[in-house]
Design a protein around this ligand. Structure first.
Ligand code: SF4
Length: 481
């Protein structure tokens, strides 16, 4: 690894916003926060993949992957991050290097690719992603980007997170570092207000940001920049003028929040859009921070009034599903805040949560699960696919909510399944999102396909008939010897 990449990784591993990280010794911190990958084992995404996931939702930018075409194929459009306008981010740009480039170096090819993007698409900026092969042959993307930026008169941003640097989570942070080094603070917004906030770590998956934005609009709070869902380059570049930052729960880009606090004195808080009470807490925190930073105190009263109306409306709509869903059992295999934040909505709809996974949950997440569910009996530390299958087959759960990787376990057990992780097709954020989630569970549970797939196939019925003893055989067996 190059010296500059090593230094950047060391910087990322010193995270003042993370208590766990700060509790470590300097030596431990250097080792990083993730387990070393086992060669050959599927590890769930490389650092490049993580950086691309974090930055690709900036929709008006061209995202150019410098490497073999497979790297771009690996990462393009693997999530449903939505745009309200520009669609440049959905074009897969890659230098698609070949064997000769590996021998002679691919910097010239990269420069030509940047020129072609400028001529054909003219985006406000180009992000260039380093990958393993181009990192190993020593291509200096920083130097090429600097030269291209001067030549073409637009920002060309190097994102130095080759796959071998580490796992996906580190890549998220290295992507965020690229924004901090080259983007945030380089432009000024047209105007500012005391009600400007940034939302950091929200990717607008299936349009989730749009379930939250109307609430902020109703309060008169302006999202100056969302990093990075439905983001625009100019908004991210002028994000340093916001009054407060909200860090969306996952902590994947916490380094942006902490560095912005250090550089521009912008306070931040960590919040979540999942679950009704969490959504309300988040709105309250935004109002509190803005009032502290100069907004009119009446904002807090407006927030309370909005929360009252929205909560009542959401609970009413969820309650309407009670008679349909009462007594149905749910197995929740997800991580982090979702392991508990959606539980109360499920319970309100009459569903019984028979288990929730805590493999990726923090100590605080586990405490919350205990608060909501009474004890720790429902916590599942690590469930193998075989155990999940047995639980579903034996009907200890009627539906499983999980990420896409576990879906085939449920389908094999001929049980309903719903995607609750990042690849989902429905938006589950805010008050509206919780209602959508209950609606989708209801649809999945009562889909007529389950009755059909559980009916024995005609050849299975025929086999059973063939093997069934005849009446004469039964009589012979019953007769005394
Ligand atoms: S960057 Fe490396 S690990 Fe990641 S997809 Fe490309 S070759 Fe694979």
């Amino acid at each position: 690894m190059s010296a500059s990449l090593n230094a950047k990784i060391a910087e990322v591993f010193d995270e003042p916003g993370c208590d766990k990280n700060q509790a470590k010794s300097a030596k431990e911190r250097k080792k990083g926060c993730t387990k070393q990958l086992t060669p050959g084992a599927a590890a769930g995404g490389c650092a490049f993949d993580g950086a691309k996931i974090a930055l690709q939702p900036i929709v008006d930018v061209a995202h150019l992957v410098h490497g073999p075409i497979a790297c771009e194929g690996n990462s393009w459009d693997n999530r449903h991050s939505a745009s309200s306008g520009a669609m440049t981010y959905r074009t897969g740009f890659t230098t698609d290097i070949n064997e000769l480039d590996v021998i002679y170096g691919a910097e010239k090819r990269l420069f030509r690719s940047i020129r072609e993007i400028c001529e054909r698409h003219d985006p406000p900026a180009i992000f260039v992603y380093q990958t393993c092969v181009t990192g190993l042959i020593g291509d200096d993307i920083e130097a090429v980007c600097k030269r291209a930026s001067e030549k073409f008169g637009k920002p060309v941003i190097p994102v130095n997170a080759p796959g071998f640097a580490g796992p996906k989570n580190l890549g998220n942070k290295l992507g965020a570092e690229a924004l901090l080094d080259y983007v945030v603070g380089t432009m000024e917004p047209e105007h500012t207000t005391p009600y400007d906030i940034n939302i950091i770590g929200e990717y607008n998956l299936s349009g989730e940001l749009w379930q939250v934005k109307p609430l902020l609009d109703a309060l008169g709070v302006r999202v100056l920049s969302c990093i990075s869902g439905d983001g625009r380059y100019a908004e991210v570049a002028s994000a340093h003028r916001a009054r407060a930052n909200m860090m969306v729960c996952s902590k994947s880009m916490i380094n942006i929040a902490t560095r912005m606090q250090q550089r521009w004195g912008i306070p931040y808080f960590e919040g979540s859009f999942y679950g009704i009470s969490d959504m309300s807490t988040t709105l309250r925190e935004i109002a509190r921070l803005l009032v502290e930073r100069g907004a009119h105190p009446e904002l807090q009263d407006r927030t309370e009034a909005l929360i009252e109306v929205e909560e009542a409306r959401a609970w009413d709509r969820i309650r309407a599903y009670r008679s349909r869903l009462a007594g149905k059992k749910v197995l929740l295999i997800t991580g982090g805040v979702k392991s508990w934040s959606v539980v109360s909505a499920l319970q309100e709809a009459g569903l019984e949560v028979v288990g929730t996974s805590i493999k990726k949950s923090t100590k605080e997440d586990k405490e919350k699960i205990k608060d909501i569910m009474g004890d720790d009996a429902h916590m599942i530390d690590d469930m193998t696919p075989r155990q999940m299958y047995a639980m579903l087959r034996d009907a200890k759960a009627d539906i499983m909510l999980s990420g896409g990787r576990s879906q085939f376990v449920a389908l094999k057990a001929r049980m309903p399944w719903m995607d609750i992780n990042q690849e989902r097709h429905h938006a589950f954020a805010g008050y509206e999102g919780m209602v959508t989630m209950v609606q989708e569970i209801s649809k999945a549970l009562f889909n007529p396909v389950w009755a059909q797939v559980r009916t024995p196939a005609p050849w299975e019925v025929a086999n059973t008939l063939l093997q069934a003893p005849t009446a004469a055989q039964l009589a012979a067996e019953a007769a005394p010897a």
